[in-house]
Write a protein that binds this ligand. Structure first.
Ligand code: BG6
Length: 456
């Protein structure tokens, strides 16, 4: 296995930013709590801060998001360094190199928790200042471009300084315990394999519903829209986990090699397989064009042209300002023939459900006879896994898992270049779609026009 040496320091750009506050400090604290934070952490920022200010920011962050723990925080504090400087100035990066030398770090992991527009400059200067020598890694946050062309250009930029197996592109969905559990359940249970195909599955429905709007991120959202924001990345990754063949072994790229085969076999999306929506009130959000056509909801029907899945619709729905926050996958099975009993079998009788958020659950849908004279049934759901919203003890947070894996050099849960680019080529035809954008009421289930997609 290549590239499995452990990074010996973490340099994170954007230390004074929002992502650091909400995700990175809490993940570092969780690592400290488990005794895994045994490397220097160098925060990089351009806010004119001192190290003390960074420590206070870290304390506020973990108090709000991580559950303050004095002992773990003392470890985090003892590991934390801070370098403030201009990302356009090569001197900042020379200072960074000096700090790395002081820490005896020869294999830093550079985490770019910064806007993509700043990536090229930072990568180039890291390179010029010799911070990207053999053994160095880079961790990048989405968006990985905004279409195929810009994704390729970002990849070229990254490859000028790092080989592909030293690049860790974060799709935080892959770090989620529930997504891991879905993959595990699929391949750890032999009873699923005989039915996991076009002969038994009638359709697969993947829904990512959020009951909030764009949370003040109107400017960002205008550039993105629902397809770029969550479908090109999170939801296509889930489609590939559901549809892929069993990985051929445990070599490092076994899973990603199967994911890419699925994505390459997704049929080009036709306009009739897409319904777009926008919640009423979106256009009044700060930073949003009053005449915006940017979709905040999409329902699409995908087909994976493979031996296993030919003809089975994969329905992907995602939207903001819907009635509830819920992400789930329902794999619907074909009906039992209705010849034995006189009742009409409802549409969704047998299914496997993977609830990914807000709680984690796996359930199997079946029908059982109701008590009484008649041979009439009722739906039941067998619960395989059912966790409360707070999650189980010992569960790793998504960022903790991903940062830990990147430090270890395990790239399984990171988006590989070919996966990112193929995912862009799948959605590209619908990015500039002329399909109407239907208005829907906040708190609803989305535009009613989407029902025809959901029907399969
Ligand atoms: C992000 C999107 O990638 O994922 C957000 O930019 C979305 O719009 C978020 O709300 C959902 O992630 P999670 O982990 O809260 O389900």
């Amino acid at each position: 296995m290549r590239n499995r040496t452990r990074s010996d320091s973490l340099v994170f750009f954007g230390a004074s930013g929002d992502l650091a506050y909400k995700k990175i400090f809490p993940a570092l604290l969780a690592m400290a709590r488990r005794g895994k934070l045994d490397f220097p952490v160098i925060g990089m920022g351009r806010s004119g801060w001192t190290r003390d200010q960074l420590v206070e920011r870290a304390r506020a962050s973990v108090t709000e998001y991580g559950g303050f723990d004095a002992k773990a925080f003392a470890t985090l504090e003892s590991r934390l360094k801070y370098l403030d400087g201009d990302y356009n100035d090569v001197q900042t990066f020379e200072q960074l190199r000096a700090i790395l030398a002081q820490c005896d770090s020869t294999r830093p992991a550079h985490y770019l928790a910064i806007p993509p527009s700043v990536f090229p400059g930072v990568i180039e200067k890291l390179h010029v200042a010799s911070c990207t020598r053999e053994g160095a890694r880079v961790i990048v946050e989405k968006p990985f471009g905004r279409d195929l062309e810009s994704a390729r250009s970002l990849n070229d930029t990254l490859h000028r300084a790092f080989p592909e197996d030293h690049i860790f592109r974060i799709d935080h969905y892959l770090g989620k315990e529930a997504v891991q559990n879905m993959l595990y359940f699929r391949f750890a249970n032999a009873f699923l394999e005989p039915i996991w195909n076009r002969h038994y599955v009638s359709k697969v429905v993947i829904t990512m519903a959020e009951n909030f709007g764009v949370k003040g991120r109107g400017k960002f959202y205008e550039e993105a829209g629902v397809v770029r924001d969550v479908i090109q990345n999170h939801l296509l990754q889930i489609v590939s986990y559901l549809a892929m063949e069993a990985p051929a072994g445990t070599y490092a790229d076994a899973i990603r090699d199967e994911q890419i085969k699925v994505l390459r076999n997704i049929r080009p999306i036709k306009p009739e397989d897409l319904v777009l929506g926008q919640f009423s009130g979106y256009r009044k959000e700060p930073g949003v064009d009053p005449a915006s056509r940017v979709p905040t909801f999409a329902a699409l029907r995908l087909f994976v042209d493979s031996w296993r899945w030919e003809g089975v619709p994969f329905i992907v729905r995602a939207g903001k300002a819907l009635e509830a926050t819920q992400t789930e996958v329902v794999v619907e099975l074909r009906h039992a023939p209705p010849v034995v009993f006189s009742e009409d079998t409802p549409e969704r009788s047998n299914y496997i459900r993977f609830r990914l958020a807000p709680n984690v659950a796996i359930g199997i849908g079946a029908r059982a006879k109701r008590g009484g004279d008649e041979m009439v049934g009722a739906p039941i759901e067998l619960s395989v896994v059912e966790e409360g919203v707070q999650g189980a003890e010992g569960r790793l947070g998504d960022y903790e898992r991903l940062l830990g894996d990147a430090m270890e050099g395990d790239a399984t849960l990171f988006a590989r270049q070919d996966i990112v680019e193929t995912a862009w080529s799948i959605v590209e035809p619908i990015l500039g779609s002329d399909n109407p954008v239907h208005e829907y009421e906040p708190g609803s289930v989305g535009p009613t026009e989407a029902d025809r997609i959901t029907a399969g």
